[in-house]
Design a protein around this ligand. Structure first.
Ligand code: ATR
Length: 274
């Protein structure tokens, strides 16, 4: 049996097993199984060992281990190195390599949202003000992609030092105090965990965006499907998107890395996640 795993803590909420097992069945990989395992930090070394010993073929890494796993790996793929974030493990030529498929997963999502027909760049956010909330495990991947697409980035996190830490890597971003916002925001992206539970709210006033469909409010959370952040944006008449597309895209990149099969996003898969 070829074993795959998603590790994290908590891990109960993860939809990765549902999705990957669906694709394994769909593409007749009947010798493969994908499971979830709740782990502690002290278990990370052993997980990597299991990949090295071929007991595990592939691993997805989620909160809070995306950075903590790095010291145990033999090599980092280029964007995992740049973002210091690993969400996928795979053995290549006897080395356990850490990949970041969150970043291309997010990048593909915004390329589909903002296609650029006028130049060679697949997507252009040139001249757009993007306000990113949060500085957690996935935020570095988001900023990396936004920066590559020419956006002007404003970043705010409750713990300001974590935002300042990111600024060391992405020097062009502007850090704002938690609760403050840039005067003009074209896109607001929530990368915090606020909204995972029902009554949580982000208390920043966006009423000046009322009735403007060109403003996009993007929540990386996909479960629940509509956080208060998105509900309020919808009420204001803004455009909204949740984290489902990015979740799907990062999973597609991981699955194709492991199996060399690129799964499609079809209605069946969307229904499965809904
Ligand atoms: P980690 O920071 O361990 O990587 P995460 O789930 O990826 O965990 O990130 C959680 C993010 O949500 C952080 O940006 C966190 O802010 P802090 O850095 O200040 O902890 C943010 N967050 C979570 N709950 C929050 C709250 N009630 N108010 C504001 N920000 C919150």
């Amino acid at each position: 049996m070829k074993k795959y795993l998603v590790i994290g803590n908590p891990i109960k909420h993860s939809l990765s097993p549902l999705l990957h097992n669906h694709w394994m069945k769909k593409y007749s990989l009947f010798d493969s199984i994908y499971e979830k395992r709740k782990i502690e930090e002290k278990d990370l070394k052993n997980i990597v060992k299991e990949v090295r010993n071929n007991e595990l073929v592939g691993v997805n890494v989620t909160v809070p281990f995306k950075k903590l796993i790095i010291p145990f790996l033999d090599e980092l793929h280029f964007n995992a190195k740049k973002t210091e974030s690993v969400n996928t493990l795979f053995k290549v030529e006897n080395k356990v390599v850490g990949y970041n498929t969150d970043e291309p997963g997010f990048n593909k999502t915004i390329q589909d949202l903002f296609p650029n027909k006028n130049s060679l760049m697949a997507c252009s956010l040139e001249g757009k003000n993007i306000f990113v909330l949060g500085a957690g495990g996935v935020t570095s991947s988001i900023i990396y992609s936004l920066e590559n697409n020419g956006a002007k980035i404003f970043l705010s996190n409750r713990t300001r030092e974590k935002a300042e830490e990111l600024k060391k890597k992405y020097t062009k971003i502007k850090v704002l105090d938690w609760g403050k916002r840039p005067l003009v925001c074209d896109i607001v992206i929530n990368t915090t965990s606020i909204g995972l539970t029902k009554n949580e709210k982000i208390n920043i006033d966006f009423s000046d965006c009322n009735g403007d469909k060109n403003k996009l409010f993007y929540d990386l959370i996909y479960n629940p499907k509509e956080t208060n952040f998105l509900k309020e944006a919808k009420l204001r008449g803004n455009s909204t998107i949740n984290g489902q597309r990015m979740f799907l895209n990062q999973a597609i990149y991981a699955f194709s890395l492991w199996t060399k099969i690129t799964p499609e996003i079809d209605e069946e898969v969307i229904k499965l996640l809904d």
